[in-house]
Design a protein around this ligand. Structure first.
Ligand SMILES: [Zn+2]
Length: 320
């Protein structure tokens, strides 16, 4: 038996990535495929099964000798059986993906929220290695968090723990993809922020268009560029958004008392000035005693965090 090996997968809106991972976090074999137009739950389940069998074949391992198959999915899940409430990048709503994936492979496939998988990956093998109390927050297209406490992933009563993107920062404010108003993600999520910037470029902020070259090229990085040039509107927007993010993070840390805060995602990675301002707000607003032993570190595993974390879920929580 090869119980020190597990198959981890990461299902995004564009690509599916599968790897055979060992207990030390080493990738033994790796497979990636574009998710094209064939993106029904059944079709993605077939892709996942193909990838899982392929990484085992390449490593010369039989899949039923491994600790199993788990996949991180950018979705709000209900419960622990892989029922998807909504997966916006794939256009899924109310889908039993866990059953579809298990049927395609002929054995049980565990489905995790993508940030839960990333949190486990960074805790077991990455930026927060050997830390048992870890909050991982990613701001990319959307915003999410994963939480490891006492060395164990905390998924919440309905697998919804960590939905930090839907913490309210302006009650009654901007409409969010979740259907509610005033969520952090409605302001700071990359997709929502880019859409807002494109509207402003046409209305009252033409410098955005000049700095990016084309309307559909405008993104949070354009504001970062203008901020560095001293644009007052960029400074005002970054202060507004940093105030929201910094306060949400400070409150989360005050509530949970993690040892490490791991941050990542394209918006924070691509906008260091925004992160710098957010961190200042965090430091001002967090309970001083909670700040004392807190390490704030960037995510380290990059694109492999999800697959490694999904594998870590099967290989044992004692990795964290
Ligand atoms: Zn929301």
């Amino acid at each position: 038996m090869q119980r020190h090996l597990a198959v981890g997968a990461d299902i995004g809106g564009t690509n599916i990535r599968v790897a055979l991972v060992d207990k030390s976090g080493r990738v033994r074999s790796h497979w990636r495929e574009r998710i094209g137009e064939q993106r029904t739950p059944g079709q993605v389940a077939q892709l996942l099964a193909r990838g899982a069998l392929e990484v085992c074949r390449r490593a010369g391992v039989r899949i039923n000798q491994t600790a199993g198959v788990a996949a991180g999915l950018a979705a709000q899940l209900y419960g622990t059986k892989g029922w998807v409430a909504v997966a916006p990048n794939l256009g899924w709503r109310e889908v039993d993906f866990g059953t579809a994936a298990s049927a395609a492979l002929g054995r049980r496939v565990q489905i995790l929220n993508d940030l839960d998988a990333i949190a486990l990956g960074e805790s077991a093998f990455g930026a927060a290695r050997a830390k048992r109390e870890v909050l991982v927050v990613f701001a990319g297209t959307g915003i999410g968090a994963g939480l490891v406490l006492g060395g164990r992933l905390q998924r919440g009563a309905g697998s919804l723990a960590g939905e930090i993107g839907h913490v309210k920062v302006r009650p009654g404010g901007r409409l969010c993809g979740c259907g509610q108003r005033g969520c952090l993600e409605a302001y700071l999520g990359g997709a929502n922020l880019s859409a807002r910037l494109r509207r402003r470029a046409r209305r009252d902020w033409p410098e955005l268009l000049r700095a990016s070259g084309a309307l559909d090229e405008i993104n949070p990085g354009t504001v970062e560029k203008l901020f560095r040039r001293g644009d007052p509107r960029a400074a005002a927007l970054w202060r507004e958004l940093a105030g929201m993010l910094g306060l949400v993070l400070a409150n989360a840390i005050t509530l949970l008392n993690p040892r490490a805060l791991v941050v990542g995602g394209t918006v924070l990675r691509g906008c260091p000035a925004l992160w710098h301002l957010s961190r200042q707000v965090l430091e001002e607003q967090v309970l001083a005693a909670s700040r004392r032993d807190l390490e704030i570190v960037p995510a380290r595993l990059g694109d492999m965090a999800g697959v490694k974390g999904a594998a870590a879920f099967l290989l044992g929580q004692d990795l964290c």
